[in-house]
Write a protein that binds this ligand. Sequence first.
Ligand code: DHB
Ligand code: FE
Length: 280
Amino acid sequence: MARITAGIATSHVPAIGAAIDRGKAREEYWRPVFEGYEWTRKWIAAERPDVVLLVYNDHASAFSLEMIPTFALGCAETFEPADEGFGPRPVPAVQGHPDLAWHIAQSLIMDEFDITIMNRLDVDHGLTVPMSLMFGQPQEWPVRVVPLAVNVVQYPPPTGNRCWMLGEAIRKAILGYAEDLNVQIWGTGGMSHQLQGLRAGLINTPFDTAYLDKLTSDPQALRRIPHIEYLREAGSEGIEMVMWLIMRGALGGRVAELHRHYHVPASNTAVGHLVLQAVS
Ligand code: DHB
Ligand code: FE
């Protein structure tokens, strides 16, 4: 049977991808950002997951205001890097796992989560930057990926509680898949950041730190944070953090924090990163 062995949370700042692609990762500004991922890169090379269910958001790359699915599951064979205005990032195409993805789609819909099925999905920095952070610059990504795109760009995004419940339903689906697969679930986005308006540049370290703490110590409390509190405390783009609750809901009752990294700033953002091990 497939197993969910670990969860990763990480910010997905586009400038991190540009720093990697342009060979700037060792520069003074970027070094402390990347140093916090070195532990994880060694750890994941030893863990060798078969599949990552990668929760991320599209930033008006594959979708636009014409179509706004709340939850969209990537069921295709491959996912090409999206052109976000500067040409696609020079990273490999992402290999999907259509059989697992369709199994998850069916299980979710039978569990009354009416997700959107994507048979074509170009993936932007929300997905490719976490891949680069974990795996560097390989010729091929060493893992298959089932992308789950969540609308956190156009109001109304899903609630944290709904994200948690979707995580639980994803857990049930993956544990019910017959093949023996080592599956990780990643939640991306955040942490506090606001890219627009009068409060552009907002960072709230106490909020971020409490959020990181509670993912292990009191995750139930995070389910109840309303949209307005994310907006007030973590800025207009801080709502991306609800995606971490899909990851946490999928990990089950107890987790152990294996690794944490928090750094300000990267571009306009607080970078947060956690590695959580499922303790069954
Ligand atoms: C930025 C964009 C993002 O999508 C994000 O999650 C964080 C930062 C940016 O443009 O700096
Ligand atoms: Fe983002």
